[in-house]
Design a protein around this ligand. Structure first.
Ligand code: PMP
Length: 305
């Protein structure tokens, strides 16, 4: 990642990509307190457009508030900087990674007086789980790792340290030959994927877990709006793993994973074992909207230029 041309916005300045480095005693490297976003810009007929940029920036600031990290920029400045990163790197489409972290001014858990650094990087990144996954669906394993208990890690923050749990689950699933993990909460109900929210369809109704132990996904919100527009009933409730086993359809949502069908969970084939009709409908509406092929939500597209 580090050896490429381009620029990263770092503490208010555009820095050449290879020079956007930190000291080894950077506090956030040691204790994992920091927060970040994952955003995408898509190629549209009008140029690169960042999907739901203000909502992502708002979530970044909410994460910082939960972690009591003071952001030395305004939301408007971060929105403008994000667009600038797309422009200076001449990206037609991109994955965008804003990050807030504590500097190397001192050690110790209080982090008193430490500088909060902000960087925003963007690069071309295709579909997270692969193009074939978007069409054929993926194989998922219920993880032996639980998702965060709400009083241990704070799930409404997209906090760097929270992702140790995601990495353990993802690696376990992958070493067992699966594509992705499905994590249960401490009570045993389905929470989310390692980096995605999850949905299932049964008898024409769309179900998704309540957000107790899961991130408030922006793609999740987008998909729920599409379902409402299409008159598909939606139920948010605690869901068990066996409700997923007998679902007609299931899929993951996330900025990176977009709308990825799930074709198998723990050796049980979901529905017909291929992308189901409601998944197909919501997925194509998603791709049409982000690429500006529909204009029903113009407020979600933020042109970089
Ligand atoms: N849950 C987790 C743990 C995630 O990392 C992500 C990706 N940000 C999501 C859900 C989906 O969130 P979004 O749709 O906003 O990308």
């Amino acid at each position: 990642m580090e050896d490429r041309d381009g620029f990263i916005w770092f503490d208010g300045k555009m820095v050449p990509w290879r020079e956007a480095t930190v000291h080894g005693l950077t506090h956030s490297l040691h204790y994992g307190m920091g927060c970040f976003e994952g955003e995408r810009a898509y190629a549209t007929p009008q140029g690169a457009a960042i999907f739901r940029l203000p909502e992502h920036t708002k979530r970044l600031f909410n994460s910082a508030k939960i972690l009591q990290m003071e952001v030395p920029f305004s939301e408007a400045e971060i929105n403008a900087a994000t667009k600038e990163v797309i422009r200076v790197n001449q990206l037609e489409s991109a994955y965008i990674r804003p990050l807030l972290f504590y500097g190397a001014e001192g050690m110790g858990l209080s982090a008193k007086g430490l500088k909060v650094h902000v960087l925003i990087a963007a690069w071309s990144w295709g579909s997270y789980l692969g193009q074939e996954a978007l069409e054929k669906g993926i194989r998922v394993k219920v993880s032996s790792f639980n998702r965060h208990q709400v009083n241990i890690h704070l799930c409404k923050a997209k906090a760097t340290g929270n992702y140790m749990n995601s990495m353990l689950a993802q690696r376990e699933a992958s070493s067992c030959g699966y594509d992705e993990a499905l994590l249960l909460d401490r009570e045993g109900y389905v929470a989310e994927g390692s980096g995605e929210n999850v949905f299932m369809v049964r008898d024409g109704t769309l179900y998704t877990p309540t957000l107790t132990s899961a991130l408030e996904g922006i793609t999740r919100d987008t998909i729920m709006r599409f379902a409402r527009d299409a008159g598909i009933p939606i139920v948010e409730k605690q869901l068990t793993r066996d409700e997923f086993y007998i679902a007609d359809e299931a899929f993951f949502t996330g900025t990176a994973a977009e709308v990825t069908p799930i074709r198998e969970i723990d050796g049980r084939i979901i529905g017909s074992g291929s992308r189901g009709p409601i998944t197909t409908q919501l997925q194509s509406r998603y791709f049409d909207t982000v690429a500006g092929r529909r204009d029903d939500h113009p407020e979600w597209l933020h042109l970089a230029g």
